[in-house]
Design a protein around this ligand. Structure first.
Ligand SMILES: Cc1cc2nc3c(=O)[nH]c(=O)nc-3n(C[C@H](O)[C@H](O)[C@H](O)COP(=O)(O)OP(=O)(O)OC[C@H]3O[C@@H](n4cnc5c(N)ncnc54)[C@H](O)[C@@H]3O)c2cc1C
Length: 516
């Protein structure tokens, strides 16, 4: 049998998640004859941020074969049930909404947004249609202690330590899934006459030949960028943020409550993320260098942290500044090389879509595994079409948060709202949503990155006005029942679910008892 060699260059989250998904699928399908090697440089560190995930990460880790509790304890992980937005609409004190992960009950059957407007116009949309925003408000876990691994009462993803995550997935890939790892720096690329990659040459191990190369080298983009010269399509004219200053902030005590959502607090030239892990917070200001500089951003971050931290604790922090170019590749797959992770594209981490795009890319590779090598031109064409579409959808959804803001307090916000920074595709939808609520007919691909329910949470969280569709009496009654049931469900969940902190403490104690 012919041996195929898949060479993944880069051992960050993208490289190891891709290796894990491919290797697990190869093992499951008993596709012998496919070998996977990951090459990671000892000289180039991984990016070390990327701490918020989507619910899709549960399925990914389950497929790779890592038990959930082991993963959570190793990576200081906690549950993420959505994002909370402060100050995005007006910047005033009470300006707050939640985008939870759970789709509202009844969403697919009827126009619940019109029901909400008719019945509870003064209550928050998310509180009316979903139980999850209240579960989050009370810092509750999305599951009970006895709920099986990866199952949830409400939908959830994670917050975790990015370095520990890479370490865990890497060790699992090597020890359990037969992935080869070369710790070596790739210095050059040898190409076939048609420019496809024949081999990469490493400093110590020399030439490594392969049939398919996966570029997971992060922003360096060694293969797709440097070898194939595939252009980068900048999105800075739409999404201005291109820098971040980040810190790891300790909790006051080991009992401090852990927040259930990523907190995203708007600032005058960007926004601050605040992520609660089990043992610390990850906090950072994402900003646009065109409008402010790192020192001013750090000052705003300091003021934000001072609300919850002592001066002493703050003096021990070591802020780290990162820069990135918002955009994506014109092609993600060129010749026999597919780019996954930061090498293929990156835009600011609002709504944390980067790891989800890694998961989607690696999954599409897996789904085409049998034909990957023999039908490469067709698979490549489909991959490129699909991911071009997905990047555009991600960009539209992130831009939505800025486009419908009413803030005018800085040039940053005024420019962010100006028509010429809003993509036509989003502009068209916003016009439509003046007359009807977002629905599944607005997004017709399978595996859309953001479902229409997410658009509703953001639009109505930010008071976007859609003309109410008149519902029939039966439909209104149906909505009323759904909303009443939701209120009842909230009280049951608040009684039955442990807090995030309690869930993690109990699991870590039972983990210690098992190992002790
Ligand atoms: C400020 C910020 C916040 C973010 N927050 C989130 C978030 O909340 N959620 C989310 O999903 N994503 C987030 N991301 C994105 C996320 O961090 C990345 O998508 C993810 O970590 C994948 O990175 P990567 O593996 O592509 O690159 P990297 O982590 O940079 O890894 C690159 C790898 O390539 C190797 N390499 C480089 N050159 C060579 C060479 N010559 N030879 C051999 N190996 C080489 C390196 O050694 C390393 O192993 C954030 C990003 C930023 C900048």
């Amino acid at each position: 049998m012919h041996n195929h060699h898949i060479v993944i260059v880069g051992g960050g989250s993208a490289g190891w998640l891709t290796a894990g998904l491919l290797a697990a699928r190869i093992t499951a399908q008993r596709s012998q004859g496919i070998k996977i090697t990951v090459i990671e440089s000892p000289d180039v560190a991984t990016i070390g941020v990327g701490e918020g995930t989507w619910p899709s990460m549960r399925h990914t880790l389950q497929q790779i074969g890592i038990p959930e509790t082991q993963f959570m304890l190793h990576c200081n992980a906690s549950f993420k049930q959505g994002s909370s937005f402060y100050g995005w609409r007006s910047g005033e004190k009470n300006d707050y909404y939640v985008h939870p992960f759970t789709t509202p009950p009844g969403y697919a059957e009827l126009d619940i947004a019109s029901g909400w407007r008719a019945l509870h116009p003064d209550r928050a949309y998310s509180d009316t249609v979903s139980a999850q925003s209240q579960v989050c408000a009370y810092g509750k876990a999305p599951k009970q202690l006895q709920t099986p691994d990866y199952a949830g009462v409400t939908n959830y993803g994670y917050h975790f330590n990015a370095d520990k995550f890479v370490e865990l997935v890497k060790n699992h890939c090597i020890d359990q899934l037969g992935v080869n790892c070369l710790v070596d720096h790739v210095e050059s690329v040898t190409a076939h006459p048609n420019n496809d990659i024949d081999a990469v040459t490493c400093k110590t191990h020399g030439m490594v030949q392969g049939d398919l190369f996966v570029d997971c080298t992060g922003m360096r983009s060694l293969l797709i960028g440097q070898h194939f010269n595939v252009p980068w399509i900048s999105q800075r004219h739409v999404l201005f943020n291109d820098s971040a200053v980040a810190v790891q902030a300790p909790y006051d005590s080991a009992q401090t409550d852990i927040v259930s959502t990523t907190l995203a607090t708007a600032q005058s030239e960007g926004w601050i993320w605040d992520i609660g892990l089990s043992n610390r917070r990850g906090v950072g200001y994402v900003f646009a260098s065109q409008y402010t500089d790192a020192a001013t951003a750090e000052q705003s971050l300091t003021e934000y942290l001072a609300r919850s931290m002592s001066k002493d604790a703050m003096s021990a922090l070591t802020p780290r500044v990162l820069h990135f170019k918002p955009g994506y590749r014109q092609e993600f797959w060129k010749g026999n090389c597919v780019a996954i992770g930061m090498s293929s594209g990156f835009i600011e981490p609002l709504e944390a879509s980067a790891l989800a795009m890694v998961e989607l890319s690696a999954t599409m590779l897996c789904d085409h595994l049998p034909s990957l090598m023999t039908q490469m031109p067709t698979v490549r064409k489909r991959f490129n079409q699909r991911f071009r579409y997905r990047w555009q959808r991600v960009i539209d959804f992130i831009k939505l948060h800025y486009a419908i803001s009413e803030r005018t307090d800085s040039e940053y916000w005024r420019d962010n709202r100006s028509q010429n920074s809003i993509p036509d595709s989003l502009h068209e939808l916003l016009e439509l949503w003046r007359h009807q609520s977002p629905s599944r007919y607005d997004f017709i691909e399978n595996e859309e990155v953001f479902p229409s329910a997410s658009y509703q949470y953001v639009l109505y969280g930010m008071d976007y006005h859609t003309q109410s569709t008149s519902l029939s009496t039966a439909e209104l009654e149906h909505c009323q029942q759904l909303f009443a049931k939701n209120t009842e469900y909230v009280s049951r969940l608040l009684q039955g679910l442990p807090s995030n902190r309690d869930w993690l403490t109990a699991k870590s104690q039972s983990g210690l008892a098992q190992t002790g």
